[in-house]
Write a protein that binds this ligand. Structure first.
Ligand SMILES: Nc1ncnc2c1ncn2[C@@H]1O[C@H](COP(=O)(O)OP(=O)(O)O)[C@@H](O)[C@H]1O
Ligand SMILES: CC(=O)N[C@@H](CCC(=O)OP(=O)(O)O)C(=O)O
Length: 255
């Protein structure tokens, strides 16, 4: 089997029906090589928590997850987001299978930091389930809810979850977000970003919040995979065909 491509899809796409349909159509059409999809869903989490009258805050791009909220957050990510995305791909005629990081022991998850509550750090675990699905031409759709060795559910940042899946599958990675890639202080797309340039832009605050988490995960992935990781926008319906043809697009993160 060719190394699978790992695509991470940022959750804001759930608010753009047309982009979601176009992207799922493009994903469903990829026949050249196996594909695994990791997704976020921060917007779905926020809308549920707001409806429940709960306040949510982030520290350095990571959502503080009180233990009293993890059931709701798991419902939003492993439930609503995961099943909506699986449904959108199934509708395009491709056999998608919805999973979370804990299924089949895919990833090992531990509590990251007590001050963040039920937020998990994620590491590659047992690849067997994923390998079986990919060999049988299923498209795995993986949410970023993890299960710890303590049996608890953890909320993992979806870019960090994608990093663990990428390290497990050792294939090319593309992280698709609501922006066309990493933007400089003038709002212009940066075509290529190295570790030192990224560190400088993060310390200057030009790269911040969720993008800082994403860039750090991409740098780690580029280092372990020994190949650039692409950060690009899901609004670009051609993103996947560009990736497959090797055409440059988005921001290439090089370690
Ligand atoms: N330098 C930057 N370039 C692009 N986006 C940035 C930058 N710094 C911060 N951001 C913010 O990061 C967001 C993308 O990160 P995030 O919301 O975590 O995406 P996703 O949900 O797709 O993982 C952008 O919408 C933008 O608001
Ligand atoms: C710990 C943490 O921050 N978890 C994220 C998981 C979802 C996510 O990362 O979604 P996006 O990719 O859409 O941002 C959250 O609760 O929002």
């Amino acid at each position: 089997m060719l190394e699978p491509i790992v695509v991470k899809l940022g959750g804001a796409i759930f608010e753009d029906e047309t982009a979601l349909k176009n992207l799922c159509q493009a994903l469903a059409q990829v026949q050249q090589r196996p594909l695994a999809l990791v997704h976020g869903g921060g917007v779905i989490v926020e809308s549920l928590l707001a409806r429940l009258g709960l306040i949510s805050e982030k520290i350095d791009g990571l959502r503080v997850t009180p233990h009293t909220q993890i059931d709701f957050i798991a419902g939003a990510l492993a439930g609503t987001a995961n099943k909506k995305l699986t449904a959108a791909i199934l509708t395009q005629g491709r056999a998608a299978v919805g999973l979370c990081l804990g299924d089949g022991g895919l990833c090992q998850v531990t509590q990251m930091d007590a001050k963040l509550g039920a937020v998990g750090s994620c590491h590659p675990g047992d690849p067997d389930l994923l390998t079986c699905l990919l060999e049988q031409h299923y498209l795995p759709v993986i949410s970023s809810i993890g299960i710890g060795s303590d049996g608890q559910l953890y909320n993992v940042n979806a870019d960090q979850a994608a990093l663990a899946i990428g390290q497990m599958l050792q294939g090319p990675m593309v992280l698709l977000s609501d922006v066309p890639g990493v933007l400089d202080a003038q709002g212009k797309l940066i075509n290529e970003l190295s570790t030192s340039q990224a560190q400088q832009l993060i310390s200057q605050g030009v790269i911040n919040g969720g993008m800082a988490v994403k860039v750090k995960a991409a740098l780690d992935a580029a280092k372990t995979l020994q190949q650039p990781v692409i950060l690009a926008g899901w609004k670009d319906a051609q993103a996947l065909s560009r990736l497959l043809s090797g055409e440059p697009f988005g921001t290439r993160i090089i370690a």
